[in-house]
Design a protein around this ligand. Structure first.
Ligand SMILES: [Zn+2]
Ligand SMILES: [Zn+2]
Ligand SMILES: [Zn+2]
Length: 448
């Protein structure tokens, strides 16, 4: 539903007028500081005190960068803290966790058909140079182009008719169960290993972030850590007594990924076995690694924090429920449309009617981030600490209104698109500046 060019032009002019009117108004300063008190959130919530005397703005707390750059940046920061604390200590996690065996891994979905690809490091090699001939639909099986990382054809199939949209949708729908199978299998392998070697049992802790790949299927980035299995041993994870090293843990992760599987019924009632892809990337984390090294707690926390703000809205789908009859009107790629139709088809023709409620996530219904209980601190605890800090040092909190007053929801969002534009631009500017400073710090420590 791409609006007509003239309409876009009209909207653009209206936006500029709104910005100019706001900037020139006598209440500009007061408005700006009010918006600033909610961290330049793109869709702040207006709360009114129940006695009607006071009103405040608080953050929308949306995790998605496409919805609110400011709140998603905060969410990414909290994720960073949470992952980092589990690897290096802090926030009530003892610093001794740095000595636990830990592995950073990426677990992918299997292939559902050839798609256009590019090397992640941006090196220019041919997309699919090795293949030859044409498929049954007369389309070439090879692609000799070397795509730029920004190329919209990346993740799109070479032949949509050869592509297995149904199985991909089933994989996405059942991915949370498959992930659960993986963790159960890994725990079993770790237990078996310790029993076999006659050593103390260890407990598996983890944090995981789900990322939607360009082809529209989730894959998992996670940190797996071993702790002592003695649950009565007071607060915080203790180093395992099992003497298993990070490399051995990485091997067990790879085995568990290979073993985890799930039998489900397809669109025609046939049995389909779902598995992860054979491509498992495991990186044993070494506590002695330089702070800027690829396996350092800082780097790993940075990777995971980056993924958490992405969402399916990056494909052009709004982050709200979607009705099947609207699929063809969406301003998304042909590939995503086909994927959405496959999800809608499965919802209608298999015993999974609730799939229709998850069209807007391409059928993924799990959490974007999750962790086992003992891995680290919680997002809630991090927010509470920040609110406390802000109240002491700034006098108010962007996250939560003061508890002494009863607040009522009045409305959400900015008064005009112009106001939203001003706040969002400032939030993006702040975020860019922060990431640039962070990169300087990381690169500086690399050169040493
Ligand atoms: Zn926000
Ligand atoms: Zn290609
Ligand atoms: Zn084909």
């Amino acid at each position: 539903m791409r609006p007509h060019k003239d309409f876009e032009e009209l909207q653009r002019r209206e936006l500029i007028e709104q910005v100019i009117r706001r900037a020139g108004s006598s209440t500009y300063e007061a408005w700006w500081s009010r918006v600033g008190s909610a961290g330049f959130c793109s869709a702040p919530i207006h709360l009114v005190a129940s006695d009607g005397k006071n009103s405040i703005l608080v953050r929308c707390k949306n995790r998605r960068a496409a919805v609110c750059p400011s709140c998603s940046d905060l969410y990414a920061g909290d994720t960073w803290q949470l992952v980092h604390a589990g690897l290096d200590g802090g926030h009530d996690v003892p610093a001794t966790v740095a000595d636990h065996p830990a592995v950073f891994c990426t677990i992918t979905a299997p292939g559902f058909g050839a798609v256009h690809t590019a090397a992640k490091d941006g090196s220019r090699s041919a997309c699919r140079g090795g293949s030859t001939g044409t498929c049954g639909h007369g389309l070439p099986r090879n692609c000799t182009l070397s795509h730029a990382l920004s190329d919209p054809s990346l993740g799109q199939p070479l032949c949509p008719d050869c592509y297995d949209y149904v199985t991909q949708s089933l994989f996405t729908w059942h991915a949370p169960e498959l992930w659960a199978r993986f963790t159960i299998t890994l725990r079993r392998l770790v237990r078996r290993e310790s029993d076999h070697r006659g050593i103390e049992r260890a407990r598996v802790s983890f944090v995981k972030i789900v990322e939607m790949q360009r082809r529209g299927v989730p894959h998992f980035h996670c940190v797996v850590r071993l702790d002592d299995d003695d649950r009565s041993s007071g607060p915080g994870p203790l180093p395992p007594r099992c003497n298993m090293d990070a490399q051995r843990l990485a091997d067990l992760v790879t085995s568990a990924v290979g073993l985890a599987h799930l039998e489900v019924t397809g669109a025609g009632g046939e049995l389909i076995t779902l598995r992860f892809g054979s491509q498992v990337d495991t990186q044993p984390l070494d506590a002695s690694e330089d702070a800027a090294g690829p396996g350092s707690a800082r780097r790993v926390a940075g990777y995971l924090a980056k993924y958490v703000t992405k969402s399916v809205s990056d494909f052009g789908i709004a982050s709200s429920r979607l009705a099947p009859h609207l699929i063809d009107d969406l301003d998304v790629s042909e590939h995503i449309k086909r994927l959405l139709h496959a999800v809608a088809h499965l919802a209608e023709h298999t015993n999974r009617p609730e799939m229709a409620l998850w069209l807007h996530t391409l059928g993924y219904r799990g959490h974007v981030s999750s962790k086992s209980r003992s891995y680290s601190t919680t997002m809630g605890a991090l927010r509470a600490t920040r609110a406390e800090f802000q109240r002491i040092h700034v006098g108010n909190s962007h996250d939560t209104p003061p508890a002494e007053t009863a607040w009522e929801f009045s409305k959400s969002g900015h008064a005009t698109l112009g106001d939203r534009f001003l706040a969002t631009s400032k939030a993006i500017q702040d975020r860019e500046a922060r990431w640039a400073r962070k990169q300087l710090v990381d690169e500086g420590s690399e050169e040493r």
